[in-house]
Design a protein around this ligand. Structure first.
Ligand code: GDP
Length: 181
């Protein structure tokens, strides 16, 4: 028989269109799929090796905070995926200033929804390949990450597998260390 492998659960949260699905698919399959079915809220799962150990990575692709008439709100299902997750990956697109502006609020909501056991967070700036469409300066991401106390990576789901893989992989290694089998 096979021993079921340990699961590492990651919630990927950010505004619509920032590339959450593209990043998750890129990390788990190495492929960039530019055109796929809209599947926000989907759970992706794959067995990978982390530090020589076979683990199951489960990634939940989750829409982030939304601007509403009453200010900024976090849909209920986002709170559920934060509580479910061992770690949270916050994503904005360097081509979408609004998605960047929402990160700070989303982070506060993550901290609140997670309570005392708030999950570790990393910040990803996606679409770094679209230089001519940039709306968020390269130095703003690291500054925000410093304020939030989390790691930062600027990546491109379409152009660069190694950066995307590196960011997720380091997070998985950190989690594997924190929660021994
Ligand atoms: P989501 O709503 O956050 O899940 O965003 P998607 O993953 O559906 O991506 C939105 C659009 O951006 C799609 O057309 C993707 O092909 C495109 N996209 C995602 N990541 C990148 C990237 O790094 N560079 C470029 N040029 N396009 C990207």
């Amino acid at each position: 028989f096979t021993v079921p492998s340990r699961a590492i659960k990651i919630a990927v949260i950010g505004a619509s269109g920032v590339g959450k699905t593209a990043l998750v698919v890129r990390f788990l399959t190495r492929r960039f799929i530019g055109d796929y079915e809209r599947n926000a809220g989907n759970l992706y799962s794959r067995e990978v090796q982390v530090d020589g150990e076979q683990v199951t990575i489960q990634v939940q692709d989750t829409p982030g905070a939304e601007m509403t008439d009453n200010g900024i709100s976090l849909p209920d299902h986002v709170s559920c995926s934060i509580q479910w997750a061992d770690a949270v990956v916050l994503v904005y697109s360097v081509t979408d200033r609004r998605s960047f502006d929402l990160i700070h609020h989303t982070h506060q909501l993550v901290a609140r929804a997670g309570g005392a056991g708030a999950p570790p967070v990393i910040l990803l700036a996606n679409k770094a390949d679209l230089l001519h469409l940039r709306q968020v300066d390269p130095q703003q991401g690291p500054l925000l990450a410093q304020t939030l106390g989390c790691s930062f990576y600027e990546v491109s789901a379409s152009e660069d597998y190694s950066q995307v893989h590196g960011a997720f992989h380091r997070l998985c290694c950190q989690l594997a260390k924190q929660t021994p089998a």
